[in-house]
Ligand binder design. Structure first.
Ligand SMILES: Nc1ncnc2c1ncn2[C@@H]1O[C@H](COP(=O)(O)OP(=O)(O)OP(=O)(O)O)[C@@H](O)[C@H]1O
Ligand SMILES: [Mg+2]
Length: 493
């Protein structure tokens, strides 16, 4: 299918072409025609596969027909959990709506009221909002929902997790009965079902394969860490890799994110923190600097886990594992977007074994463990020789062990990739994927110690599975780095 056959207005097609998109992604292929036909949709798809355009393009198509309703309120309302996401979607609306005459803007917390009041003082086409601030405007009568034709909930499950269930319901209740509703969610549970029942009629469900699955183009690895100091040493080693163009380092607390960003900056890295205790102005500046390439290392809490689309993020590092297995999928999905490849590295201390097990069970695969010469854990976590994934052999611990034998010492290692390698002769990740088993199939970690095998001569990553070679060709929807770059330029410059 191509965008040309989707009955989109020429002005929209022109903007899509300018973005460099040659064909729709699977979720766009399924959602856009149904949304244009006026259906209510419940949709999910993997990270970075173009869900934003899947709802923005049909929304813009609606706006090609003038409204008959009187009033100033928005015709399209998009609700989203985070302020960064609201800004990002607003920019996407401007990009895809570049050749249309639109009044659009974001309503979000932490920003001055007066600009938002000015936006709402004239008829407006699309509003992208976080629920809390929108409720403020609604309650004070500054916004009317009477003209809303289309309500979109992006990251609906996250909005519920953040306690916005009541706010979302209140906002939806203020919109006309006959409106269309599009709901994008990564998970489906009782609360989501209740919400969907309240908001939607005869909704069509679209689940593009493997909503839980991580993208094939994201290379996932883990390092066992003894403690925080060990994590810091591992991080220092990894960020010396010149192949790490831009990275997000996820930390579990705002305080640690701040501290880590400060430490990295003091060591001469262009690093900044992003978390919910910062002023919105500072958050906006940080994101802008990241997009402009002024920040190489963003140390963030889960505020950056969902939806954030920054081109050129080569690595995601989980300094701490997320408590919630779903968040792992969202976090690592900040890389490997739009058909590009990426690397996701997780540090796992023994305290985090439960989280690791939950994550592996959730994604249905085991994470290959890597050991860096000179930075071996004192207590290696050893995993099963019986595992069909084949990453059974591990360092037997300590310096100079079999796993690190024959490799250059840390001080001489020019980069992570040439230095670290999986400890067995396992096939590259992409090849062994189909063999991946649920982690529940494995023996508990403690059972594995005696099974540890020495490293064999597997090629380092740079020569094998990761080198950006697998990019767009494999993804099939012509998302590639060049196209995304063209879009990025259009959007953010
Ligand atoms: N048809 C397309 N062809 C090429 N690139 C595309 C296409 N559609 C969207 N993209 C690009 O893909 C990237 C990811 O899009 P988007 O942010 O909408 O993903 P998403 O599915 O919402 O991800 P997440 O689950 O993380 O929110 C964007 O940079 C966008 O420009
Ligand atoms: Mg998204």
């Amino acid at each position: 299918m191509s965008f040309d056959t989707m009955n989109l207005a020429p002005t929209i097609l022109k903007a899509v072409n300018l973005c460099g998109y040659t064909s729709p992604t699977p979720i766009q292929e399924q959602a856009i025609p149904q949304a244009i036909a006026g259906k209510d949709l419940i949709a999910s798809a993997q990270t970075g596969t173009g869900k934003t355009a899947a709802f923005v393009l049909p929304a813009l198509q609606r706006l090609t027909v003038p409204s008959t309703a009187k009033g100033k309120g928005p015709r399209i309302l998009v609700l989203t959990p985070t302020r960064e996401l609201a800004n990002q979607i607003t920019e996407a609306v401007r990009t895809y709506g570049k050749f249309m005459r639109l009044r659009t803007g974001a309503i979000l917390g932490g920003m001055p009221y007066f600009e938002q009041q000015r936006l709402l003082s004239q008829p407006v086409d699309i509003i992208v909002a976080t629920p809390g601030r929108l409720i403020d405007h609604l309650e004070s009568g500054r916004i009317s929902m009477a003209r809303v034709e289309l309500l979109v909930l992006d990251e609906a499950d996250r909005m519920l997790d953040m306690g916005f269930s009541e706010a979302v319901s209140t906002i939806a209740a203020a919109t006309p009965e006959g409106r269309q509703t599009l709901l994008f969610t990564a998970t489906w549970d009782g609360a989501m079902e209740k919400l969907a029942k309240r908001l939607m009629k005869d909704a069509v469900r679209i689940a593009v394969a493997g909503k839980k699955a991580t993208l094939e183009l994201i290379e996932q690895r883990l390092h066992t860490a003894d403690d925080m100091q060990h994590k810091n040493r591992l991080l220092n080693h990894l960020i010396a890799d010149s192949g790490m163009t831009r990275a997000i380092i996820f930390s579990s607390t705002k305080r640690n994110a701040d501290q880590l960003a400060r430490e990295l900056a003091s060591r001469g890295h262009s690093a900044e923190a992003l978390h919910g205790d910062m002023t919105q102005g500072a958050r906006n500046r940080t994101i802008m600097n990241m997009r402009r390439g002024k920040i190489r290392l963003l140390v963030a809490t889960d505020v950056a886990a969902r939806g954030l689309d920054v081109t050129g993020i080569t690595h995601v590092i989980n300094y701490d594992l997320p408590k919630n297995a779903e968040d792992y999928v969202h976090r690592i999905g900040r890389t490997g977007r739009a058909g590009a490849s990426g690397i996701a590295i997780s540090f796992v201390s023994f305290r985090e074994l439960d989280e690791l097990r939950r994550i592996e069970r959730y994604i249905g695969q085991s994470l290959p463990q890597l050991v860096i010469a000179g930075l071996e854990p004192a207590r290696p976590m050893q995993q099963g020789s019986g595992s069909r994934t084949g990453y059974n052999g591990r360092s037997t611990g300590g310096r100079g062990t079999a796993a690190s034998a024959g490799r250059r010492p840390f001080s001489k290692a020019p980069s992570y990739r040439s230095d670290a390698r999986p400890s067995t002769g396992r096939k590259p990740y992409s090849d062994s994927r189909s063999d991946a088993r649920l982690s529940t199939d494995r023996k508990p970690y403690s059972d594995y110690r005696s099974d540890a095998r020495p490293s064999t001569g597997r090629k380092p990553y740079s020569e094998s599975s990761f080198a950006g070679k697998r990019d767009a060709k494999k993804s099939g929807w012509a998302g590639d780095a060049r196209k995304t770059e063209a879009f990025r330029k259009a959007r953010w410059s």
